[in-house]
Design a protein around this ligand. Structure first.
Ligand code: NAD
Length: 456
């Protein structure tokens, strides 16, 4: 009997679709299909592989609205954001479609002949992804992996498997050979774990929580699998008194409440220079109250519900009375996993809301006194994924950005992610980089070949 997974719509709590939930045997079968497809895919001439990936781009463009609607309904994200995310997934494939044809070896002077390097694909790559940006994050991994000549088995989060499943059928329609892209929908503990342990999987590329990342790194060690980890965050939005404080305050809600705060890059610690706190809060209050929380399918909506009841309860546990609620937005009545945009201030520095990743629409205000203090507080975390610095002093902005222990910094902006620039974490936010010009490196091995020109 097939096990059935009920996929919900978080804005209504209603059933959206039922999909078969697979087990370990199906994971093994998917790995076997990927293994069988690998020699053929790796042998496809670079220009032909590029052409096929461009056909995937065209297929996704044709299904853009369909994918965006599916993502908006399944992940509860505003339709405008969902359209943007699918656009980014498409751009990711477009960017990496050129990779098979880019040169990437080196020649190295040696005695007795010539030495040069080539980059070889790894084989079958296991991709394990979260529910917050379901298709976009899957494409950050699939596009460079496929461009480099690997075949993939993708295990999306159980809460949001629909766009990954639709992608798999689009890829086939676009002409990717059978077995090159495989999607398995099942629990992390069994199916994810099996991918991590499977002897025929050469690498795991994972995005998710730091706790699961630890278990994946440990599990992968037994077979010396390559691993890249994109994990949690607790990023700082550092606002100096010499900044355009109003602009920083108006931009701050987007930096922490986008995707209802379920964003690894969320700047959930807003560090404000003490003399600017009152001015900052006065502008922030209006901006937070203006956030339109509601039906994800309404084009005017800016924030949707959380992904699940469990996530809502987890987020609610951070607002525990030990910190004052300074600003609280509003949410719709009725069903849906809603949680209002919330700003805590004042809040003790050892409060969970300051220390731990919340992954929901809750921000804390932390005052600081001068540059050194800002750097010390911002770096006082196990995480290091993103962050922002707001100041009119360009040199100070660069000094602070260099001093922050984090993989992605913005000055006078809160943007973190571009298809063309590397993305990834310092410290316990993970290791390895996705996107940007070197992302295919993470899906290849360097091979050195020596050609004897002198005879024996
Ligand atoms: P999660 O770690 O619970 O799950 C992520 C994926 O791992 C899911 O597909 C899940 O089924 C699978 N999984 C769970 N247990 C497993 C195991 N033992 N072995 C193998 N696979 C397993 O994370 P989530 O709740 O889906 O996503 C939220 C987390 O993801 C947050 O901590 C967030 O910060 C992080 N995240 C990080 C980034 C980034 O790029 N750094 C991006 C998005 C989300």
């Amino acid at each position: 009997m097939t096990d059935v997974l009920e996929v919900l719509e978080p804005a209504t709590e209603r059933l959206l679709q039922e999909v078969p939930r697979v087990g370990v045997a199906e994971v093994d079968a998917a790995v076997a299909r990927a293994k069988a497809a690998y020699p053929g895919w790796r042998a496809v001439a670079p220009a032909d592989r590029a052409r096929l990936l461009r056909r995937v781009v065209e297929a996704m463009e044709g299904a853009w609205e369909e994918l965006a609607l599916l993502e908006a309904r399944n992940a509860g994200k505003p339709i405008a954001s969902a359209r943007g995310e699918i656009g980014m997934a498409i751009e990711t494939f477009r960017y990496f479609a050129g990779a098979p044809e880019r040169p990437f070896g080196e020649t190295i002077p040696v005695a007795g002949g010539m030495a040069f390097t080539v980059r070889e694909p790894l084989g079958v790559v296991g991709l394990i992804t979260p529910w917050n940006f379901p298709l976009a994050i899957a494409c950050w991994k699939m596009a460079p992996a496929l461009a480099a000549g690997n075949t993939v088995v993708l295990k999306p989060a159980e809460l949001t498997p629909l766009t990954a499943l639709r992608f798999a059928s689009l890829a086939l329609e676009a002409g990717l050979p059978e077995g090159v892209v495989n999607v398995v929908v099942g629990p992390g503990r069994t199916c994810g774990q099996r991918l991590v342990e499977h002897p025929d999987v050469a690498k795991i590329a994972f995005t998710g929580s730091t706790a699961v990342g630890v278990s994946i790194a440990a599990g992968a060690a037994a077979t010396i699998k390559r691993v890249t980890l994109e994990l949690g965050g607790k990023s700082a939005n550092v606002v100096f008194a010499d900044a355009d404080v109003e602009a920083a305050a108006r931009a701050a809600p987007g930096a922490v409440f986008d995707n209802a705060g379920q964003d690894c890059c969320a700047r959930s610690r807003i560090l404000v220079e003490r003399s600017a706190v009152d001015e900052f809060l006065s502008h922030l209050e209006g901006a937070v109250r203006a956030i339109r929380v509601g039906d994800p399918l309404d084009a005017a909506t800016e924030m949707g519900p959380l992904i699940s009841a469990a996530q809502r309860d987890s987020v609610a546990s951070f607002v525990d009375g030990d910190a004052e609620v300074a600003i609280r937005g509003s949410v719709p009545d009725g069903p849906g996993f809603w949680f209002p945009p919330t700003v805590l201030w004042p809040v003790p520095l050892d409060h969970r809301a300051v220390v731990d990743e919340i992954f929901g629409p809750v921000a804390v205000i932390v005052p600081f006194d001068g540059e050194a203090d800002a750097i010390r507080i911002a770096n006082d975390t196990i995480y290091g994924l993103s962050g922002s610095v707001w100041t009119r002093d360009g040199a100070k902005g660069l000094r602070v950005a260099r001093a922050l222990e984090s993989g992605n910094l913005s000055i006078n902006s809160n943007s973190s992610v571009r298809v063309t620039t590397p993305f990834g974490g310092f410290k316990q936010s993970g290791y390895g980089r996705e996107l940007g010009p070197h992302a295919t490196d993470a899906y290849t091995e360097v091979k050195t070949i020596f050609y004897n020109t002198e005879g024996n």
